[in-house]
Design a binder for this molecule. Structure first.
Ligand code: SF4
Ligand code: SF4
Length: 116
């Protein structure tokens, strides 16, 4: 496996439908869970997601739980810094499969980018 990176025109992780993430309350604080649920919009998409550009409209100020950063992943999932890369790749692949499909162009592009 290569190095994790976010590909453009994906946005799979901005599909927030709580029904697809039954363990939210296990890793978010009550305040974060409240914020998360307040962001769930039509069809389960984040209200801050721009569907035309597939970008985050509040990127610089996005919540902590949206950030792929070592301290965030440690706090949320107990992932050590040296495990972050492979874990993040797996997270993206799961999310892309659920939202765009296993054979989608997004999945093909992501796999190619991260050398999966
Ligand atoms: S699922 Fe991964 S590649 Fe797709 S937008 Fe989210 S972080 Fe980027
Ligand atoms: S705040 Fe931005 S990065 Fe986080 S889920 Fe919403 S659109 Fe995606």
């Amino acid at each position: 496996m290569g190095t994790w990176r976010c590909i453009n025109h994906c946005g799979a992780c901005c599909q927030l439908d709580p029904d697809d993430r039954p363990e939210l309350a296990d890793y978010l604080t009550p305040e974060e869970l409240e914020l998360y649920l307040s962001m769930v919009g039509e069809g389960g998409w984040c209200i801050n997601f721009d569907h035309a550009t597939r970008e985050c409209k509040i990127y610089a100020n996005r919540p902590r739980f949206c950030r792929v950063e070592p301290d965030v992943f440690h706090d949320l999932y107990g992932i050590e810094a040296d495990e972050l890369n492979d874990f993040a790749i797996e997270c993206c692949r799961q999310q892309i499969e659920g939202v765009h499909g296993d054979l989608s162009l997004e999945m093909l592009r992501f796999n190619r980018e991260v050398g999966f």
